[in-house]
Ligand binder design. Structure first.
Ligand code: PRP
Length: 214
């Protein structure tokens, strides 16, 4: 039996749609009254685990799930030992540097040396500023990162931007982009190599669906 790890939140509905397109129905996860975290497809050929996005690669790397769907941003931040199988093209967003609109900074390199940058993406942010040769202090935050510059705790943030609405409504502007992100199908390297439970056929079907939809 194949096990897939599905992310809660913004990628959930599209992830379920992808599996449905290849005959696996995990739509019970969309029911707001559902509290089950592990469900079986009605054909009983596969089961799904409902986990937080950042935990998807953990289940896949440790082999509790053969496949998973996760944002490229999470893969860049966590660098898990998983196979990046297919760019699923949904969940488009970007990891960006943003500052208060009223500030004078218009590029990352203009930020003051030894200034503070708040982010959930600590590793990506650190790597980015190291590459710019700009020493900054990365302040880890786990939500409402926009409050960093608003409260004066940090000069800038590194955060995901999808529509830009959150930045706008909080008086912030994007000044640089670290990278673009979309959802990826990832796989446990061993499951993939051994074709556990016929996982390669399933990957092939998903690839076909994505190519047809493109
Ligand atoms: C992300 C990100 C921004 C927001 C950007 O948060 O951290 O706050 O989405 O989207 P927008 O550009 O369309 O406004 P998310 O909703 O994933 O919640 P989180 O902060 O709990 O991670």
């Amino acid at each position: 039996m194949i096990t897939v790890a599905i992310p809660k939140g913004g990628l959930l509905a599209d992830s379920i749609r992808v599996f449905k397109s290849v005959g696996l129905d995990f739509s019970a996860f969309l029911d707001s009254s559902n509290r089950q975290l592990q469900i079986y497809d009605p054909t009983e050929t596969a089961k799904a685990l409902l986990v937080r996005g950042q935990d998807v690669p953990v289940y896949v790397e440790y082999g509790q799930a053969d496949l998973g769907i996760v944002g490229y941003d999470t893969l860049r931040e966590k660098k898990p030992k998983v196979a990046h199988l297919i760019d699923l093209k949904f969940g488009q967003c970007r990891l960006s540097v943003a500052v208060k609109a009223s500030s004078s900074y218009r590029r990352s390199v203009e930020l003051p040396p030894h200034g503070r940058v708040a982010s959930k993406y600590v590793h990506c942010a650190r790597e980015y500023f190291q590459n710019l040769n700009l020493p900054v202090e990365i302040v880890p935050l786990y939500g409402s990162v926009e409050l960093g510059p608003i409260t004066g705790m940090s000069e800038a943030i590194v955060d995901l931007v999808e529509t830009g609405k959150t930045l706008r409504e909080n008086g912030l502007v994007e000044i640089d982009i670290l990278f673009e992100s979309t959802a990826y199908l990832i796989g446990n390297p061993l499951s993939y190599r051994l074709n556990a439970g016929g996982v390669n056929e399933l990957i092939g079907k998903i690839r076909e669906q994505i190519l047809t939809a493109a």
